[in-house]
Structures are given as C-alpha cells and as structure tokens.
Design a protein around this ligand. Structure first.
Ligand code: FE2
Ligand code: FE2
Length: 375
C-alpha cells in the first residue's frame, strides 16, 4: 500500500481540481464535485488553496487534520452502526447483537464508548472545517471518495464508505511503546507487538457478513481485532496533534490543536484499558490469528501486563535529561505524511482510488511544508 502513496506524483493534482472547479462553477458555488471546497464567495482563483485570514501553513495543517477527522469519523461510524449505540447523536445502522455482545466481553460499556468516540470524531471534523470556513479558508470535502463497500452483516447501513475495516493489518506496537522506560520512537527505537499476528496478513475488525457471527471464537477474534484497532487509531491521533502543533502560528489555531489533541489521548487511554481485556484465543476460521495471554509467560511484566495502562516515563528530547511520562512520538518533521503512511499501511484505504491517495498525499505534503511564522 505504501506504493499507492509514492507512485502518484504524476496523477491527479488537487490544485488543478480546485482551480478548475472554481473556474467551472464560479467562486460563489461550492460544487459537490470539488475536492477542496471554497468557503469564500470572494475567493480568487489561484494555484494555491485559499487560506483566508489564516497563514497558509495554519490552513494547511487544519485541512490535513480535517481530512484525518473525516476519515476517523467514517471508520468510527462503521463501528457504531454494528457495535455502538445508534441514536440521534450518532445516527445510522441498527446494531448487530452478536458483535455487540462480543465487544462487551472487553467491557460491558463498549457500546457507549464506541458511540462517544464516534460522536467526538464527528465534532472534530465539523468544527475544524467550520473554523476554516469562518476564516475564509478552503475546507475539505471527501464525499466523492465514499465508494468502498459497507459490511453486509445485519445492522450496517448500505452506503459508500471512505475506509475499509475488513482487511486490516493492525500495528499493536503502541502497547509496548507506551510501557518502555528506556526507548522512544523519536530516537529511532522500535517496539515489540502485543499481538504479532494482527500485524501481518489482513483481518476484519467488523463482521463482513452474518457468516462471520459464528462460531463464538471467530466473532470474538473480530471483536478483539477491533479492540486493538481502536487503540491503534487513537494513539495515532494522540501523537498527530502535538506533532503538528509545533508548527502552527496563530494562538487560536494552537488552542484548537491543543484542545482537540488531548481528547484523542483520552480515547487512547480508554481503549488501551479495554484491549487488555481481549480474551486469549485462536480464530477458528483463521488459525494464523492468535491473541496471546498478555499477563502470562513468556509475556507479562512491564512490557505487556494489562493493568499497566498509564504511560511509563521514558527518554525525551535528550538521553541526558531525566525520564518523563509523555506522548510519543511527537517529532514534527514529516508528521502528516507519517500519519498518512500509518493509516495506509494498516489497510484502511484498500480499494480507494489513485485520486484519493493523490489528494491525501497533497494535503499531507502541504501540512508538512507548514512552518510557524517568524521562524
Ligand atoms: Fe479526532
Ligand atoms: Fe480519534
């Protein structure tokens, strides 16, 4: 999947879409086909997106975050339709009782937590785009890429999706990364997987059809996969916001990223606790997928023990400074492209079009080009 990101330099260019869209539709019209919509009736046509009264860098960082939040909302929406609480705050779907029960093995309140995480992402997406619009900057609209299939299992809406939760390769190294007292990914360190077999092959995190609802250990393996995927996604958000915050300029934009980012950490903390309750088992329909007992030899101890859910203090900034309990990684260089690669490598976009990858890459590159004004 990495090739999808690297091989598209000559394909569709977002700026030409924006420019062409504005030329065709007029600057006052936000056409449904525009990939990046102009929010300003007085926007001038040009080779760059419009940043309004924001610096170009601030607008680019917020646009990448808006895109990331749109993608997060899309995946959480799929989880909520099948395993969360469907209500007026998070409408859509009708629930799948077997999947919901398997998730409840991790915590009896999983449906509530899935609902609340979904609602949070939706508000992040809507707020960031609304803030961009309020400053006369272009917003992000990914609607034309809602082309992927929904789950065919009972409970899911049949609508086009942006993300694919049925072929995931889940990196669970955050589990040991946050438990290490001597290593930090910003120093180039690497970390063991909590569930090595989730990090290879492709695994569903939602039932694909009602055939996935039996036998019990199979739907439990799918729920366990979701349980770890929740943590994987939210630790990514936990790092992304502080990583990009280091390059924003306006105090309000700094306030936005400093206020949303910690909510991602709250999600991550919750999911880390719940993933630790995933029962040890081997998937009866895929014997390559094994959830180990994290509390027993050869695992266990500080690296794996499931009730150690707070960050272990570790090295930060310099090995000569004392250990510190921190989010990691938080290096800012290339943070947006890193986040895009992370999402792509997990298989979240399997089935997406070259134009989707080209747009996301362009948004990420612009965010990574951003510099704090005055530096
Ligand atoms: Fe979010
Ligand atoms: Fe999130």
């Amino acid at each position: 999947m990495t090739d999808s990101l690297n091989g598209l330099k000559t394909s569709i260019n977002r700026r030409s879409f924006v420019k062409n869209g504005l030329t065709a539709a007029g600057a006052a019209t936000v056409g449904a086909g525009l990939l990046v919509s102009s929010s300003s009736a007085f926007a001038k046509k040009g080779p760059e997106e419009h940043s309004g009264s924001l610096t170009r860098g601030d607008a680019a960082i917020l646009r990448f975050l808006a895109a990331a939040e749109i993608l997060e909302t899309d995946l959480w929406q799929q989880y909520n339709e099948l395993g969360g609480i469907q209500d007026s705050e998070v409408p859509g779907g009708s629930g799948n009782s077997v999947y919901t029960a398997a998730l409840a093995v991790l915590d009896e309140d999983m449906d509530q937590y899935i609902h609340d995480n979904t609602e949070d992402e939706l508000t992040h997406e809507v707020f960031i785009n609304a803030y961009l619009a309020s400053k006369g900057a272009d917003i992000v609209n990914l609607d034309e890429f809602r082309t992927l299939s929904s789950s065919q299992a009972t409970g899911a809406q049949q609508i086009g999706r942006l993300t694919n939760l049925m072929q995931l390769t889940v990196d669970t190294s955050w589990w040991t990364r946050y438990r290490s007292s001597s290593k930090n990914p910003d120093f180039g360190d690497t970390f063991d997987q909590a569930v090595p077999t989730l990090n290879v092959g492709q695994h569903p995190a939602i039932p694909r059809t009602d055939d996935d609802l039996t036998p019990n250990d199979h739907i439990q393996a799918i729920a366990n996969t979701a349980g770890f995927h929740f943590g994987t996604i939210e630790q990514g958000g936990t790092s992304l916001y502080p990583s990009l915050a280091q390059r924003v300029t306006h105090p309000d934009v700094l306030r936005i990223v400093l206020s949303i980012g910690p909510t991602e950490a709250m999600h991550c903390q919750t999911w880390q606790d719940k993933a630790g309750n995933a029962p040890a088992l081997t998937d009866p329909k895929d014997s390559t997928l094994v959830f180990p007992d994290l509390n027993s030899p050869p695992l266990g101890g500080e690296e794996f023990q499931t009730n150690l859910i707070m960050p272990e203090p570790t090295i930060f900034l310099s090995r000569s400074l004392p250990a510190c309990s921190i989010v990691r990684p938080t290096a800012t260089k290339g943070a947006a492209m890193g986040a895009l690669k992370f999402l792509t490598d997990m298989g979240l976009f399997i089935g997406q079009s070259p134009a989707f990858f080209a747009l996301m890459r362009d948004l990420a590159e612009d965010a990574d080009d951003a510099r704090r004004a005055g530096r």
